[in-house]
Design a protein around this ligand. Structure first.
Ligand code: PA5
Length: 447
């Protein structure tokens, strides 16, 4: 079976191969620090051997919960924000039919998200919609104290109780949170919800292969065993191979740091398959929250092509030269569609007749890559054979381990997120949360 591969030859025109190779020792040392657990943030390294430590028993327990909830739900509402929702959303969207919502019959509950924003219209329109469906709730918060999901859960819990009664509601709620502390843990225990634990040593953005991702994905009918198998294969490949050629994570981390050091401050993750849109959103959180600190970090951006070639394409081609691109290229699409021949050819497309739509897409990809290189944008290419659970598992673990290596190369602690607290403090002060009286006074003086 072919696997994920990485190609950096389109960087050499900007940074010589020898310079990237000169970062080999540094990147290997950072991988060693991750493996030995002697670097910064080493109390958050539980994700490193997580794939291979998921047991048959773990999977069976999750599948049992999934079967129970799936049997009585049209919809599973996943409540969470940041790392507590983006992993499940990324896998869900990558592996779902493009028009899932319009399909008349599904074999498993459809996944819908809440608590990832504070939109009043969103929550009202969601509860209005849920009036007509049978649903269950998976509420996820590692800290158990995050405002956005807590707010959504309060409203949706009341809606569910009003719809099915208090006793049945309890059986339709699963809480995924800390093993012992936080408001959600206390609430779940008092109300008697089924719970799963997020390990202490796994941060939110590295948690897709914990119950945070696996429980909602299993309820919604996805093949979590294949997702895990893909991640296990990548764990084996990235932890045990030390040559650049064989270890895609070392190569990616070294190359993006070489580009950053040469002044390329923005990395754009590019896809040519819209199902990967939320993989990019997940990646943006993983890299943005891990690396953007101490006044440093590559800014992670993303585009969906060819759509965004008609918007962001102009800037990428001719704007400020501080960009590089990382393309996720998918070798095979799932379906085959040929361009039909038209006897009138009024649209002048007969030169494409007989070709596959995917061939046109691939030529858009190749043409864009060459144009952007000519325009001064280096290009890293990651290729997966197709979009399936196994390759998405490989891709996610690859990005996680490369993120750890890359963060250490940048000399930041990739596993904390102190900057996330600043907005929360202001919001609590403005909302006059008890305990924030001093901050409330100060912030009101600024207004
Ligand atoms: O990666 C992270 O740690 C964050 O993005 C968190 O996942 C996010 O803030 C949600 O936190 P919690 O799960 O504690 O509600």
């Amino acid at each position: 079976m072919n696997n994920l591969s990485i190609d950096i030859k389109n960087v050499y025109g900007f940074i010589p191969e020898t310079e990237i190779n000169s970062l080999k020792a540094e990147s290997v040392a950072k991988l060693d620090a991750l493996k030995k657990g002697d670097g910064e943030g080493n109390d958050f390294l539980g994700w490193i051997d997580l794939p291979s430590s998921i047991s048959e028993e773990n999977l069976q327990t999750i599948e049992k919960t999934a079967a129970r909830l799936s049997a009585k739900s049209d919809i599973v509402i996943v409540i969470g924000i940041g790392g507590s929702y983006l992993g499940a959303k990324a896998v869900n969207d990558a592996l779902s039919h493009n028009f899932e919502g319009l399909k008349e019959k599904r074999d498993a509950p459809m996944m819908i998200f809440a608590g990832h924003n504070i939109g009043e219209d969103y929550i009202q329109e969601l509860t209005d919609t849920l009036d007509n469906y049978s649903y269950s709730i998976v509420v996820i918060s590692k800290s158990g104290t995050t405002t956005e999901p807590a707010l959504a859960f309060r409203i949706l819990k009341d809606h569910l109780i009003a719809k099915v009664g208090a006793e049945e509601a309890v059986s339709r709620i699963v809480a995924i949170t800390d093993g012992s502390k936080g408001a959600l843990r206390e609430l779940a225990e008092q109300e008697g919800y089924e719970t799963y634990v997020i390990p202490d040593n796994v941060g939110g953005r590295f948690s897709v292969l914990t119950p945070v991702g696996l429980v909602p994905l299993a309820i919604s009918g996805f093949n979590i065993r294949e997702l895990v198998a893909g991640a296990v294969a990548m764990e084996e490949r990235c932890l045990n191979k030390e040559s650049f050629e064989e270890n895609p994570a070392l190569l990616y981390a070294a190359t993006r740091n070489a580009l950053y050091r040469s002044g390329k401050k923005i990395e754009i993750l590019v896809n040519y398959n819209n199902k990967l849109h939320y993989v990019s959103e997940w990646w943006k959180q993983l890299y943005g929250e891990s690396e953007g600190k101490d006044g440093k970090g590559i800014f992670p951006a993303a585009v969906d092509n060819s759509s965004d070639l008609h918007s962001m394409g102009q800037y990428i081609q001719e704007g400020e030269r501080i960009l590089f691109e990382t393309v996720i290229s998918v070798t095979n699409s799932e379906h085959t569609v040929h361009v039909p021949k038209d006897s009138k050819d009024l649209d002048k497309l007969n030169y494409l007749a007989g070709k596959r739509i995917d061939e046109v897409n691939k030529m858009a990809e190749l043409g864009t890559t060459l144009a952007h290189i000519d325009g001064g944008v280096p290009n890293i290419r990651i290729e997966i054979p197709e979009i399936n659970a196994n390759y998405i598992g490989q891709l996610m673990y690859f990005f996680e381990i490369a993120c750890g290596i890359s963060g250490y190369m940048l000399e930041v602690n990739p596993f904390n997120q102190p900057g996330v607290e600043a907005y929360k403090k202001n919001m609590f002060a403005l909302l006059e949360k008890p305990g924030f009286e001093e901050e409330t006074k100060k912030i009101k003086e600024r207004l």
